[in-house]
Design a protein around this ligand. Structure first.
Ligand code: IN0
Length: 512
């Protein structure tokens, strides 16, 4: 069935077959054994040699982390669970040509002590092994990306993920009365230092992490202090933010940003601080909380947009009233067939708002120098953009679940391993979005504007422009064409608006 859906996308079919035969680890980009100081086993030599861990010599903002995707071992079928915290999503066409790394001479190797998933798990204690099992049970494809992280960062991110998953499970559990849930969320960070704390009354799918929280908290306490401080601080701030929003709804666009900051922006801030603490990323990555916040906001807004139906059916409302209030009396009304036009206008307004974060995402990714961190960060972002593009102007958001093809997801996972490839993928989805912008959509001018900004930002970066051959590369041409097309459409929309010939219903949104 998945293969049928990928008909017309031959590369997806091949990638899908690799995935079906070997699981997500067979399509995960693997890292060079050279960088994996702890790894001595021959299996990992043959597996990890597929790509080089390389980074540009220059530390200017125009460089890129590079290296090509490759294959690895083991694993079973996995892609995409449900839920906002690591929910499901799937993707588009590949960017193979541009995924090729730059000339090796322009990069230096980065070495780091690291733990290899195939040989070093034997040396791992039972507690940590259990944690990786929980990680795989909640999200197998994402677990594979976490397991590929270098050095002790890998355990730190695994524990961070499980702690956040536990907090999220408490927030989501509608069977916990508010008077009990609020103090639980506020105090959650203190449970990290209470060896026996656990919660056995949850009805949620992921309740196991709460039932066996002592195993997770014990491993947390074994982490280096630099990691513990970050995880505990983020957990504290997120718990308080979640508690705040249990008692109020997401009203304004500003509140939408704030809610997403608590549940996802803080994840980006925490991860960035963990990257810097591991010394695998520059201190600046951990310090720039604005960019880190945008990484999380882009993912979370995409989840919220995609999950409209599931959330409203379960009595949850994450779409901001300031947006849907322009088009309907009640959020649920957007699902009524007679409301389709309004529903699409609201949807497109929110997609446009989410797209605002893409330029920051690009700036953030450019700063990353470590290949394993780059893959870890880039894969969810390109998946989110693919999902957003699939949702744009799509009536299915109000009648079912919008999914990207599994072959598309696999291909994106394999491709998003260099800045050039990510820029190409972003350019392709921007083109896809541009083709879908309707002349009557109230947010049209804003959508075209942000697509123009994204096109400009995802055009090849300065050093590449110095090379004559790059001027003729398909990536450069398609980015240039996209920029020209967006500029033309944007100008037409603005002129039409000035002449009063278009129907523009959407008011100005804060932050635009
Ligand atoms: C994540 C994020 C995540 C990864 C890398 C860098 C990030 C920077 C800022 C913020 C979040 C970042 O990624 C996962 C991705 C995920 O779970 N994917 C699902 C599939 C899917 O499509 O949702 C999977 O099963 O593979 C993510 O969505 N979240 C998350 C949670 C914890 C951590 Cl440590 C990292 C959840 C959320 C709410 C978006 C932050």
């Amino acid at each position: 069935m998945d293969i049928l859906k990928s008909l017309g996308h031959p590369e997806e079919i091949i990638n899908l077959l690799r995935f079906k035969m070997g699981g997500c680890r067979a399509v995960m980009p693997k890292l060079d054994y050279v960088s994996r100081a702890c790894c001595k086993c021959p299996v990992s030599l043959s597996l990890f040699k597929r790509s080089l861990l390389i980074t540009p010599r220059s530390t200017t903002t125009t460089g890129s982390g590079a290296g090509s995707g490759a294959t690895g071992s083991g694993g079973s079928g996995c892609l995409m669970a449900g839920g906002r915290f690591g929910g499901g999503r799937r993707p588009l066409r590949a960017a193979r040509a541009a995924a090729a790394p730059r000339a090796l001479s322009s990069y230096r190797r980065v070495s780091s002590a690291s733990v290899c998933a195939s040989c070093c798990q034997g040396a791992m204690g039972d507690g940590m092994r259990t944690c990786y099992r929980y990680l795989n049970q909640t999200s197998r494809s994402f677990a594979a990306v976490i397991e590929s992280l270098d050095g002790d960062l890998r355990h730190a991110v695994c524990i961070f993920y499980l702690v956040l998953r536990s907090l999220d499970t408490v927030e989501d559990d509608m069977s916990i009365p508010l008077e009990k849930k609020v103090p639980m969320l506020n105090d959650f960070h203190t449970y990290l230092y209470q060896p026996d704390w656990c919660f056995t009354e949850s009805q949620e799918k992921d309740r196991r992490v709460l039932e066996d929280f002592p195993t997770i908290s014990l491993e947390f306490r074994k982490l280096g202090q630099q990691y513990r401080e970050v995880i505990s601080d983020i957990c504290h701030r997120m718990g308080m933010g979640m508690a705040e929003f249990l008692e109020k709804k997401v009203g304004t666009m500003k509140e939408w940003d704030l809610y997403c900051h608590y549940v996802a922006g803080l994840v980006g801030i925490g991860l960035s601080q963990l990257f810097s603490a591991s010394q695998l990323a520059d201190p600046e990555v951990g310090r720039d909380t604005e960019l880190a916040n945008s990484m999380g906001l882009f993912l979370q807004k995409t989840n919220i947009i995609r999950d409209y139906l599931e959330d409203t059916q379960q009595g949850r409302a994450f779409w901001p009233q300031e947006a849907w209030g322009q088009f309907a009396d009640r959020l649920e009304d957007l699902a009524k067939p007679e409301k389709l036009e309004s529903a699409l206008s609201c949807l497109n307004l929110l997609v446009t708002d989410a797209l605002r974060h893409v330029p920051d995402v690009l700036t953030y990714l450019v700063r990353l120098r470590n290949q394993s961190i780059f893959n870890f960060c880039a894969i969810p972002q390109v998946m989110a953009l693919a999902t957003l593009s699939a949702c744009y102007n799509n009536p299915k958001v109000f009648g079912g679940v919008v999914k990207i093809r599994k072959g598309q997801a696999v291909t994106l996972m394999m491709d998003a391993t260099s800045m050039e490839a990510v820029q190409t993928i972003i350019t392709q989805y921007s083109q896809e979005l541009l083709q879908k912008v309707s002349t009557t959509d109230p947010s049209r001018a804003k959508t075209l504007h942000i697509l123009g900004v994204i096109a400009e930002k995802s055009a090849p970066l300065q050093p590449a422009l110095q090379s004559k051959s790059v001027h003729l590369s398909p990536m450069y041409l398609s980015a240039a064409m996209l920029l020209a097309a967006v500029s033309w459409q944007y100008l037409s929309a603005t002129v039409a608006q000035a002449q009063g010939t278009t129907t523009t219903g959407g008011g100005d949104m804060p932050g635009h």
